[in-house]
Write a new protein. Structure first.
Lengths: 408, 238
């Protein structure tokens, strides 16, 4: 390998070499962090959510008279159940990813006073009878609520139900009682409210992330309530996915006719999920665009500089050919030269990438980038470099040896 | 060592064919020092580029060290250039980005020679041309004569069978030209075969034998005195 003479030659062209090294370093730093962020966002978009996402529609009724809530809700539930194709219906205070957050905090220690570090923030889902079927929850351990547990649940001024049973998600169970079964354990909120865990379900996402990490995004608690509360206005209507759109239209139509004064809106859960992750998806695409631009700029930079050098060194190439270089030698010369420049760039770029990640962690709550992003980024830049230099290098290898004898 | 028989080189465009060499014959024996002379545009440089396998020829036969080179592919031609031929160009043709040592090393690297042998050959060649102390200098730091000596060292380092020199003193002043020529004569006395293209009669006179090219053909000046009288009237070959 002709590394030393190539280094020697590059030292004679310090400015363009330095510029392209810096360009590669910047590309490496940006690519590593951007790809990591894209991965995080794709991870968010694909977060599992153990409900029947394809079959659920949510009909929101606002403006129900609180004095007649019990009757209106009962009538609405019955009306929705009567729509052909509806498999289950329930009323909830909010639904996953709706951005309408109902958050509370629980502790395992009844002696804890006030909201301090022992409290774990969690999404509070209030559901009426049949809510497990309406959502399509996946029971992991224990059971869902009994009829008397639903009947016992009414909301006080703190919007906490008066019952004493809870179904929680696996992630929340693991957070509260790591390494132990959560069944039969009690969740406390001060000394006023306590709920015994009767069931554990697969992870259901919260209405919003609430500033937590991916794991805490699934910290949810289901509490049973009677269908009497006007604060609860999300009707969960479940059907087969093929019937969903028709069922949703019919649901909106019927409830609107029943309650002309109320505002009735409906969305499929797929729409709710898409809306929730719309910004995340846009950000991911923007980062993809940033990556594409960085790759293109770097590649064109390498192509441009290599082409310039090939043109500038045409006679030198002819001399090398005249004294015995084959086309392969010339091709490898430019590839090796690019490899060396890229190596300097990625070495600097990996340091920059690491530093940028630390900065983002400190200032923008970004997670630590796994170490393997750095060598993957380096390999990518090496490949981009080799791919970019191939055209100019092939042109160089086609310079005939007779060029050495020409004066221009 | 170098034998061309009925060799021709034609440059073709869509509308015209131009013969740079036509029915050209030459036979250079091993150990000879031959000067190839002729007016500008006579085909001297074309002869040299074909002799050095820098260009292909159109017709005829060319035997180099007994090998018919007409059917060789590009890699084989590169290998022969690297192992059997040493070039000395009028414009020196050193690589400006490399120092003297690295310039001399270039053909040796392409031969795949081990580092220790390369180093020995480079130092031997530089000592031979009197520039061992300038190994770390760059071409721009040397005089024209020194640069040409480096080029000669590069040509000698590979121990070629044939040295091809294209106007080797053309860019040098008289004193430097003389020293370079003396160096070539020394190299010849040590057994090298040298073919030198020049239009300088004084330089040509130092060779053992002169071959004259006019209009792309070898000419015996004794039989063609008109060319001797007025070389500029000898055609307009590129």
């Amino acid at each position: 390998m002709n590394i030393r003479p190539i280094f020697s030659s590059l030292r004679k062209h310090r400015i363009p070499t330095t510029l392209i090294v810096l360009e590669i370093a910047l590309a490496c730093a940006v690519l590593c962090n951007a790809v990591f962020m894209i991965g995080q966002r794709i991870g968010d978009i694909r977060l599992p959510n153990a409900i029947d996402q394809a079959g659920i529609s949510v009909v929101t009724v606002q403006g129900t008279d609180p004095d007649h809530a019990r009757d209106v809700i009962a009538r609405n539930l019955a009306t929705l159940r009567a729509i052909p194709g509806v498999q289950a219906v329930a009323l909830m205070n909010t639904v996953p990813l709706s951005q309408n957050g109902w958050n509370t905090g629980f502790t395992t220690d009844p002696a804890t006073k006030g909201f301090d570090d022992k409290y774990v923030n969690v999404a509070e889902y209030l559901i009426t009878s049949g809510g497990d079927k309406a959502l399509g929850l996946h029971l992991f351990r224990g059971r869902f609520f009994h009829a008397d547990e639903y009947a016992a649940g009414t909301l006080g001024t703190s919007f906490m139900p008066t019952g004493h049973a809870a179904v929680i998600t696996r992630s929340f169970a693991a957070r509260m009682w790591p390494g132990h079964s959560a069944l039969g354990k009690v969740l406390y909120m001060g000394d006023t409210y306590s709920y015994t865990v009767v069931g554990i379900v697969d992870n259901v996402l919260r209405p919003n992330r609430n500033g937590g990490d991916a794991r805490s995004f699934s910290h949810s608690v289901f509490l049973p309530v009677a269908p009497v509360e006007s604060a609860m206005n999300d009707y969960i209507v479940r059907s087969a996915p093929v019937d969903r759109d028709r069922v949703l239209r019919a649901s909106i139509d019927k409830l609107s006719k029943l309650e002309p004064a109320a505002v009735v809106k409906g969305r499929t859960f797929s729409d709710i999920r898409n809306a929730y992750f719309a910004d995340t998806r846009s950000m991911a695409w923007m980062l993809v665009l940033v990556c594409a631009v960085m790759i293109a700029v770097t590649a064109f930079g390498i192509v441009g500089l290599s082409s310039f050098w090939v043109g500038q060194r045409r006679r030198q190439i002819g001399i090398r050919r005249a004294v015995g270089a084959t086309r392969g030698h010339i091709l490898r010369y430019f590839q090796t030269e690019n490899f060396l420049i890229s190596s300097l760039g990625v070495a600097l770029g990996m340091i920059l990438a690491y530093g940028a990640n630390l900065y983002l962690m400190q200032h923008y709550e970004m997670a630590r980038m796994p170490w393997y992003f750095l060598p993957i980024g380096a390999l990518t830049l090496w490949l981009i470099g080799q791919f970019s230099v191939l055209g100019p290098a092939l042109r160089a290898s086609n310079v005939p040896p007779v060029v050495a004898t020409r004066s221009v | 060592m170098l034998k061309m028989t009925h060799l021709s080189k034609v440059y073709r465009t869509e509308v015209v064919e131009t013969y740079a060499l036509r029915d050209f014959n030459i036979d250079v024996k091993e150990g000879e020092f031959v000067a190839v002379t002729g007016p500008s545009g006579s085909g001297k440089t074309t002869f040299l580029t074909i002799a050095g396998l820098l260009e292909t020829f159109t017709g005829g036969e060319y035997l180099l060290d007994g090998t018919d080179v007409s059917g060789l592919n590009d890699n084989a031609r590169s290998k022969i250039r690297n192992e059997k031929i040493g070039f000395i160009f009028q414009a020196f043709n050193l690589i400006p980005d490399l120092n003297v040592h690295d310039n001399v090393e270039v053909p040796l690297r392409y031969r795949g020679m081990k580092a220790a042998e390369r180093k020995q050959r480079i130092m031997d060649a530089l000592e031979r041309v009197g520039l061992a102390s300038r190994a770390k200098h760059y071409p721009a730091e040397l005089s024209g004569g020194q640069q040409q000596r480096v080029a000669i060292a590069r040509a000698l380092a590979g121990s070629p069978r044939l040295l091809l020199a294209d106007e080797p003193t053309g860019n040098l002043d008289t004193q430097m030209a003389r020293s370079v020529l003396e160096l070539l004569e020394d190299i010849h006395r040590e057994g090298a075969t040298i073919v030198m293209v020049t239009h300088d009669p004084e330089l040509a006179a130092r060779a053992q034998r002169n071959v004259h090219i006019i209009d792309g053909q070898e000419v015996d000046l004794a039989e063609e005195p008109r060319f001797h009288a007025d070389p500029s009237a000898a055609g307009s070959m590129a």
